[in-house]
Write a protein that binds this ligand. Sequence first.
Ligand code: FAD
Ligand code: EPU
Length: 337
Amino acid sequence: MFEIKENFPLKKYNTFGIDVKARYFSMCPSKDELIQSINKYKKEKLPLMILGGGSNVLFTQNFPGLIIQPALKGIEVINENSRVIQLKVGAGEDWDEFVEYCVEKGWGGVENLSFIPGNVGTCPIQNIGAYGVEVKDVITEVETLEIETLKTHRFKNADCHFGYRDSIFKRALKGKHIIMHVYFRLSKKANFILDYGNLQNELSRFDKINLQNIRQAVIDIRNAKLPKPEETGNAGSFFKNPVVDKKELEQLQLNHPEIPFYSFGDETVKIPAGWLIEQAGWKGKKMRNVGVHEKQALVLINLGHATGEEVVQLAHNIQQSVWEMFGIELEMEVNIV
Ligand code: FAD
Ligand code: EPU
């Protein structure tokens, strides 16, 4: 039954494992419940936050208002032919369970995005990406509930202004809409994307390349370098990989000829922040309750009883060192609350 809970503990609702509470919390399995919850927030003039799986947030204090967790479920086929299938998926579906379902059905397009934590409703917000694929490549539309007007909107892919870890929902529409459903177009024909890092290599141990094996290879690579949130609190990459123009890269190469980079547009390149952080000496460092993961320097970890403030302090120290060493400003990917 729908209920708004009070003084709700959030430790199990954020993958960093930060021990804070929300004044009110409501899990909403339908649009009706979303509307009822929004009305409470409006009546009491409370701060409002939307929470999915909590895998890209860092709480720095108790939340003084209402947290709404959209829990709309369902994977509905809305159209298909021999080549493609179109799906409407509820925001509250678990992202990786959705990927697993698609792979089992033989629908391609999301297999490289295996094992990313979080909910389907959140995937458009930062346009989740991994192993050469971004979710924008398969999203056709995003359906939202506008908090102010309680109107339903449908945003076509082009209206979402997707970019690298970016979308309109992180910018102009931040905090203004609740994503209720995401529409995907997946492929029934093989169209594998295998050119990222060591994915090909990882696949060489399988006798054939298919969706299942790509999913397994991605899971194995991820397991080898990313900490499991159930064991070690974290939110994946804490920073974005910085994008710099080619002239700036040439300057950097004068002092750091070995700097890795990937082409990103005609005039710019992306530099792995993990490398910058490692060069600045932070990889594997521990400071009281927080640390930098020993296998992937882009991941900050909770060593047990960290507060959000401690993580933020560590992040600022890292930003400072990278700035001093390379003149590059690291931008946080994680949403600080
Ligand atoms: P939350 O953390 O709950 O929310 C994130 C933001 O979205 C918040 O600002 C929240 O207010 C807002 N929000 C959530 N749901 C809604 C909604 N329905 N409507 C409106 N706003 C909403 N990300 C990648 O892109 N690639 C990776 O490879 C990757 N690997 C990861 C590995 C690990 C171990 C972890 C812990 C995280 C990783 N991430 C990765 C980050 C994270 O999984 C994604 O950003 C994911 O999409 C977050 O989903 P969530 O439901 O947990 O979002
Ligand atoms: N590197 C280092 N040291 C490190 C980590 C990385 O030198 O400690 C360098 C290496 O040169 C390595 C390169 O960085 O080859 C790239 O590393 P990796 O393949 O692990 O990817 P990443 O750039 O660190 C990005 C995403 C991940 C995503 C992977 C795989 C961002 C901010 N992060 O990480 O997404 O899973 O690529 O595609 O773009 C997330 O967003 O939370 C996340 C985990």
